[in-house]
Ligand binder design. Structure first.
Ligand code: F6P
Length: 542
């Protein structure tokens, strides 16, 4: 069989989609007026407790059908089967991609094999045992004190995943141990945390897959200096205050980290896919072993759905296809994540690395240059604050920005008026989703202005400024509650969405060569500050 690479734009379905995009697509006002559409069109799916409502996406049944044909022609689900069998799909680094094994180690006849599952179970038990010992006071500092503050030092995938999940699951976090995160080497964050900590009850977790990341090692050196300045100066004295999490244990050991306080993971776990591994230790310390296993179970539930659901009922695939329709056919180069739960503050930042570091590529898997759009610019944060910052642009600006609204249906806050807070948040989410989709045309705007008692001259003057185009495609992902299981399912959902899009674009999602040049130049600048001197600009003394 000819396995020659076929670029996406050569697929029959791609050309069908181009024709559909150039045809007169109905406005979302029209599509949403057809109530039967939402129910019948497969745009509303429930999986692992998550409810996806994609009815405000500008797709017709013909578009959806062509998108599913594109997925089939691209062999997305076949590529997923190769992934979970451990094929080295991360070809440029010659590695398998098996972060799903981290949450599926109890799976009978796992596609990646029992050897992988057994190694995963062993390391999982090790770091969950450490988490429990830190939580219940059995883990003592050098001078016999239990741990009160854990400070995670790491960046990118060694920070964002656990940071995002610890905040999202704050409701089930331990009150005995506070978990903090530091990633920026300008050290203000570290200083602002240390001033509340006592060395005897402080534990640093230094997380780095490579254990060579300069930002992380710079912060780790300051942590060790802080311990030394408080009488904990030898390797032995510091050992109970230092944990290393890495895929390079020889490197961490050479830097003095005790092997018994070092937790590992494997090169087939990408940094931005590593929250399920020992990189999730800060989360396990916050929520405990049982809840961390629930987080893994949520991810695994989404895996099994992705691997078994028919394409037309496959949530990650649907999100991926809608993203491709918006990116490649409706001409939307960015994608907004708007969460309406403050505990999801870091979720957009997490997805930013997951999506943009995976699919920010312009070379096909066969080495040929990409001629279509690939990874969108992912941005966002909390939707409520966005309404008072950048939603003006979404409604009346020049960019058409597809939105993923994320809502949490139940409220577990203990404040007396929590229900009212919750009502206001969800009311805004639903209003914004509708307003962006429906807009308000000239007729409705004129009626609104007249109803406000304006005279005809004033109505005519204001009308052009008060119209809302609408037709902004958006989906809403509803979580019944913020629990380890729903968070695990949502993280896995976005991971598989990114995988599906890469498979269709024909790009490598699991390497990140683009981050290397900056690191190389930094090292060269460090070694020879003058070598990069531009005339007239004196290099800052480094
Ligand atoms: O951003 C580049 C990158 O390599 C990410 O992929 C990774 O998550 C981050 O830097 C940190 O790398 P490490 O875990 O090796 O310190």
């Amino acid at each position: 069989m000819n396995n020659a690479f076929i670029p996406p734009q050569k697929r029959a379905a791609w050309n069908k989609l181009q024709a559909l995009a150039q045809s007169e697509l109905p406005h979302l006002r029209e599509l949403l007026a057809d109530q039967s559409r939402a129910r019948a069109s497969g745009l509303q799916l429930n999986v692992a407790g998550l409810q996806l409502d994609a009815s405000r996406q500008q797709v017709t049944p013909e578009v959806l059908q062509a998108l599913l044909e594109l997925a089939a022609e691209s062999g997305v689900l076949q590529q997923s089967e190769a992934q979970r069998r451990g094929v080295a799909i991360n070809a440029t680094e010659q590695r398998a991609v098996l972060h799903m094994a981290l949450r599926g180690a109890d799976m009978a006849d796992a596609p990646w094999g029992e050897a992988v599952s057994s190694a995963v179970r062993q390391e999982l038990d090790r770091f969950l045992d450490a988490a429990e010992r830190i939580r219940d006071g059995r883990w003592l500092g050098q001078r016999g004190q239990r741990i009160a503050n854990v400070i995670n030092i790491g960046i990118g995938g060694s920070d964002l995943g656990p940071r995002m999940a610890v905040q999202a699951l704050d409701a089930c976090a331990s009150s005995a141990v506070r978990v903090h995160f530091v990633s920026n080497p300008d050290c203000w964050a570290l200083q602002s945390i240390l001033r509340w900590c006592k060395p005897d009850s402080t534990l640093f977790i230094v997380q780095s897959k490579t254990f060579t990341t300069q930002e992380t090692l710079t912060l780790a050196a300051s942590a060790q200096r802080w311990l030394a300045d408080h009488g904990l100066s030898t390797t032995e004295q510091q050992a109970p205050h230092l944990i290393a999490v890495t895929a390079s244990p020889a490197v961490s050991a050479a830097q003095g980290y005790a092997p018994e306080n070092t937790f590992g993971f494997w090169d087939w776990v990408g940094g931005r896919y590593s929250v399920w591994s020992a990189i999730g230790l800060p989360l396990a310390i916050a929520i405990g072993a049982e809840q961390f296993r629930a987080f893994l179970a949520g991810g695994h539930a989404m895996d099994r759905h992705f691997w078994k659901a028919p394409p037309e009922q496959n949530m990650p695939l649907l999100m991926a296809l809608l993203g491709i329709w918006n990116r490649n056919f409706l001409g939307c180069p960015t994608h907004l994540i708007a969460a309406y739960a403050s505990r999801l503050f870091h979720f957009a930042r997490f997805v930013q690395q997951l999506d943009m570091e995976s699919n920010g590529k312009s070379t096909h898997v066969d080495g040929s240059p990409v001629e279509v759009g690939t990874g969108p610019i992912v941005w966002g944060g909390l939707g409520i604050e966005g309404q008072h910052a950048y939603f003006q642009l979404l409604h009346q600006g020049q960019h058409r920005v597809p939105v993923d609204f994320i809502g949490v249906q139940s409220e577990d806050c203990l404040l007396p008026l929590a229900a009212e807070h919750h009502r206001v948040a969800l009311l805004n989410l639903q209003a914004q989703a509708q307003a962006l989709a429906l807009g308000r045309d000239a007729t409705a705007t004129e009626a609104e202005l007249r109803a406000n008692g304006l005279d005809e001259a004033r109505v005519a003057e204001l009308l052009p400024h008060r119209i809302f185009r609408g037709n902004v495609p958006n989906s809403t992902l509803w979580l019944p509650a913020l629990t380890p299981h729903t968070m695990g399912a949502m993280v896995a959902l976005y991971e598989h969405k990114v995988f599906c899009q890469a498979a269709i674009w024909g790009i490598h999602a699991f390497d990140q060569w683009g981050v290397e040049l900056g690191k190389t130049m930094a090292r060269q600048m460090e070694a020879d500050p003058g070598s990069f001197q531009r005339p007239g600009i004196k290099p800052h003394a480094v």
